[in-house]
Design a protein around this ligand. Sequence first.
Ligand code: GDG
Length: 486
Amino acid sequence: SPQSAGSAQTYSLVVVSNRLPVDFEVADDGTESWRTSPGGLVTALEPLMRSSDGVWVGWPGVADRTFGPFVNDGISIAPVRLSAADLEDYYEGFSNDTIWPLYHDVIAPPSFHREWWEAYVRVNRRFAEEAAAAASPGATVWVHDYQLQLVPRMLREARPDLVIGFFNHIPFPPDGIYAQLPWRKQILDGLLGADLIGFQRAADAGNFSRAVRRLYGYPTRGVAIDVPGHNGVHRRVIAKHFPISIDARSYEELARRPEVQERARQIREDLGNPKTILLGVDRLDYTKGILHRIKAFGELLEDGSVSVEDVTLVQVASPSRERVGPYIALRDEIELAVGRLNGDYSTISHTAISYHHHGYPREEMVALYLAADVMLVTALRDGMNLVAKEYVAVRFDRDGVLVLSEFAGAADELKQAVLINPHDIDGLKAAILRAIAMPRQERLRRMRALRRKVFDNDVAAWSASFLRTLTEGAAVRPGIPDPLAA
Ligand code: GDG
């Protein structure tokens, strides 16, 4: 049973991601402990992991430490060891300074370094080995995200009996951009080791299939790709979109708590009770369009369309990838822009931009969403953008306006948002003014439709749909246990 995780233990469902859903923590007095880091993915997979004999393979967040397998909160955990050098080259380097910018339309220039690639191959192999060791015969393995694109192929070679799924949380770029990657064929081959490759948007799946056609010439038809195998027998790989979501009900439940609502009122008051609160919540990342948002708001103040007495912009920019070059530069640029704008427009009683380079507890995020009249999601490119969905889930009062970039995956579903092109600063300014002035009737109508979309398609539906497609596709292979049947 999964209760007593030992190194020889194997499981019928193996989830593999760069980070584990637990953080290793060392207290001031030296006490070491594990803390669950609650994310959408854990919430979605938790029931499945508990009921169906599952294990999570990933890195526990500290370098150069070896941990044996253990059970945390009912979930079996198999930690993967990463050295400080692995982190620098595989994670900060190849994952976050090569693949991340390349897959986000080269908003920042990707760096190509052969040593980073070598580390990426080496670390992917380690994850694949750990996953193979944890998988029982015919098990389902679900690999996550851009840090682990070589794992599906490595796994298939070691364990042809496995059913392998991969989900890409970030965009997949158009062929003209993807083609820049010196290791473009190896990465495609790595992904094609999976039976099912999931993407956020239909456009991402299309970009992937086109890249496969262009670089390998494999025939594709709709979502199916026929990969030539041994003896001329083709193996069918499915590349399809599965838009990720959130645990919507848990967000609404938090928002309904009296103390969270009281906190939202307090936030408004502390900001000087402006007529309108605009809110941005992002990891501090160049894909999120934070500078475009600040520019548009600054111009609205400059041309007198809004005043600091009436409108405040709250920007949470949570610290992210602080050792990666472009992120260090971006933080300086953002803080210069915020400082200038506040210097020019803030008064003693009213701040133009209330800027926070902090991570907050989820309760505080929910209180901020409740306090915000207008949510600004101005990403230049974003796989999905969960912040947009969280804002909608929290607004049980059906009020509030979502301004949403068409370059975020969420725009495919959240059509009743005010959709914008963040590169068009005049268009963005007009959308902000429209959101500020929007009649209550229209706000309620739009938010009702948005909420239906988010609640009908929550993260549990997402993971069930992915796993169902994965196991149905594999059902033609004999002797494969169905993880959903548990
Ligand atoms: C990647 C893709 C895709 C942020 N600051 C704080 C905080 N957050 C939470 C948000 C949200 C999450 O982090 C961010 O998710 P996003 O989807 O907005 O963006 P990425 O981090 O870039 O995620 C993205 C996602 O993967 C899932 O597939 O949607 O496109 O880029 O949940 O609320 N949470 C707390 N404090 C903070 O300060 N508690």
